[in-house]
Design a protein around this ligand. Structure first.
Ligand code: FAD
Length: 493
């Protein structure tokens, strides 16, 4: 099979890239997705039915235990059209201007707040966004308590910053507004020049004399006359590059893979939001929630000079969250969780192949809370202390019977940190493993035009190109990357 543009990975970014290219160009575009279609499948498309998605919708990754912790952190990555945007909680907040300014400082020329305004506006136009209604009395109690402790209630969609309030959701009622649903459905109404192929997995890229020519898949070769655009996400994109001989040369040699391009940054700079939590048993029944158990959030700034809040607290109305490790609290208890996360962590993880076999999962080392300056530990400790204050203060305190994790016996900084190290969780925001940077930056994998260093006609457009973490949940920023990527491809067509 052949086409002009081959987009690999039909997730949050890939669906947007493919649709924009097909709309703006007359060339043939193929969007390749390993998982099944989401269309007509309410378990994938309805936000309230996330718990009904079974393992066949996920790649089934586990990350290495953190700091000798007792638990390997489950690392869900969706395998279906729509990608993790059909797996997620639909929390949807645009990046802070200061996040994009930092990207520019790191070499991402052309990605500043003014440059990205039109791309963010495109998302607002094509992705329907709603606020969680402030209906649940327990979530309301969280917001009222946060206000009592000094945080102003704010509209995080119109005006993000320190404060408390309701999550904006990329949803229309219970229907997710993932990029497949918003930009591709109905699949039988797509432009003639766009083919969406599901259930086909790319195993490696076809590179001839330093030029990307397509991909080898489990169902044969797909050739691309003009460009290959990798949108397989922060885990699978670097994996696919390495399987194709593009990555850290020594590592590829160790794996017995011929080195086509020695790019040391591939698989480095793994970013994620790390969270700890205060989990409490409720003394009275939790009122039903609307679409998602995480309706309310708070953001706090610790250092008045910080460009944006250093902490984001998710308030979760259940201890029975899908994908969560239950080692540290009894998931059968009726309870709530206040989960502070470090918004701009300084620790960096990495990703390496475990085998040259594309069917085997890569090694994922999150390396949470490891930065030598201790920034991430300090912020998380501060986050835990404030989470406890929230749980103890009225009106939230009136709902709570007892703290079950870390537990009232854990009081010193050392013990609290130990509990955080042992039980820390992912916020599922893997990013940065093929980071964008200046053209002369040896650690950068892509240029500010998203072109892969050393290989022609190959770009990356997904969460893996983030040079650094953004302060908020990242899906909106991923879609922004996709919008800009489509513009870059069209400009060079
Ligand atoms: C459980 C969970 C909850 C989350 N909650 C939120 C939230 O509430 N708010 C938020 O902002 N963010 C959230 N996120 C993060 C957000 O959804 C992701 O950051 C975002 O979807 C990443 O987009 P992407 O396009 O980079 O990758 P993905 O959306 O992961 O898409 C990659 C796609 O590529 C496909 N693919 C991979 N390899 C191949 C291959 N070899 N061949 C063919 N296809 C391939 C995959 O199957 C997948 O469909 C959550 C993530 C998870 C997992």
């Amino acid at each position: 099979m052949d086409c002009d543009y081959l987009v690999i990975g039909g997730g949050a970014a890939g669906c947007i890239v493919a649709r924009r290219l097909a709309d703006r160009l007359t060339d043939e575009v193929v969007l390749l997705e390993a998982g099944p279609s989401d269309e007509g499948n309410p378990r994938a498309t309805q936000l309230s039915r996330l718990d009904e998605q079974d393992d066949s919708y996920d790649w089934g990754y586990n990350a290495r235990p953190v700091h000798g912790g007792r638990h390997a952190i489950g690392y869900p990555r969706a395998k279906m059209l729509g990608g993790c945007a059909n797996h997620n909680d639909c929390a949807f907040i645009a990046p802070f201007a200061s996040d994009l300014e930092r990207w520019v400082e790191l070499g991402a020329t052309g990605w500043g707040p003014a440059d990205m305004a039109s791309h963010l506006a495109n998302i607002e136009e094509s992705i329907h966004i709603e606020s969680s209604p402030p209906g649940n009395a327990l979530s309301r109690a969280f917001v009222d308590t946060a206000r009592k402790l000094g945080l102003a209630e704010r509209d995080f969609r119109a005006n993000p910053g320190a404060g408390c309030g309701w999550f904006p959701l990329n949803a229309r009622g219970d229907l997710r507004q993932s990029s497949s649903i918003a930009c591709l459905h109905p699949l039988n109404g797509l432009p003639d020049n766009l083919r969406v192929l599901t259930g086909i997995t790319a195993r490696s890229l076809l590179i001839e004399n330093g030029v990307a020519r397509g991909a080898e898949t489990d169902k044969g070769v797909i050739s691309a006359r003009r460009e290959v655009i990798l949108c397989a996400g922060s885990i699978n994109t670097p994996q696919l590059l390495m399987l194709s001989g593009i990555g850290p040369g020594m590592h590829l040699q160790d794996m017995g893979i011929p080195v086509i391009c020695d790019l040391p940054g591939v698989g480095e700079n793994l970013l994620d939001h790390v969270a700890a939590n205060v989990a409490c048993e409720l003394g009275k029944p939790c009122p039903p929630w609307d679409r998602t158990p995480c309706e309310a959030i708070a953001m706090r700034r610790i250092d008045p000079a910080a460009p944006a809040p250093e902490l984001l607290y998710h308030f979760v109305l259940t201890l029975r969250e899908k994908y969560r490790d239950r080692t540290f609290y009894d998931g059968s208890v009726d309870g709530i969780k206040i989960a502070p996360n470090v918004t701009r962590p300084k620790s960096r993880g990495s990703l390496r192949l475990a085998s040259p076999d594309p069917a085997l999962a890569p090694n994922i080392d999150l390396n949470y809370l490891s930065d030598p300056e201790g920034h991430d530990r300090r912020i998380l400790l501060e986050g835990l202390r404030f989470a406890r204050r929230l749980a103890q203060e009225e009106p939230l305190g009136a709902w709570i019977a007892r703290e079950i994790h870390p537990g009232p016996q854990v009081t010193s900084d050392e013990d609290l940190l130990e509990a955080a190290l042992e039980s820390c969780e992912t916020v599922y925001h893997a990013a940065g493993t093929c980071a964008m940077g200046a053209r002369d930056d040896p650690r950068a994998v892509v240029t500010p035009d998203l072109a892969v260093h050393g290989i022609d006609r190959l770009r990356i457009a997904d969460a893996s190109v983030f040079p650094d973490m953004v302060t908020v949940n990242i899906c909106n920023t991923v879609m922004m990357v996709a919008e800009k990527a489509a513009d870059l491809v069209v400009q060079s067509a």
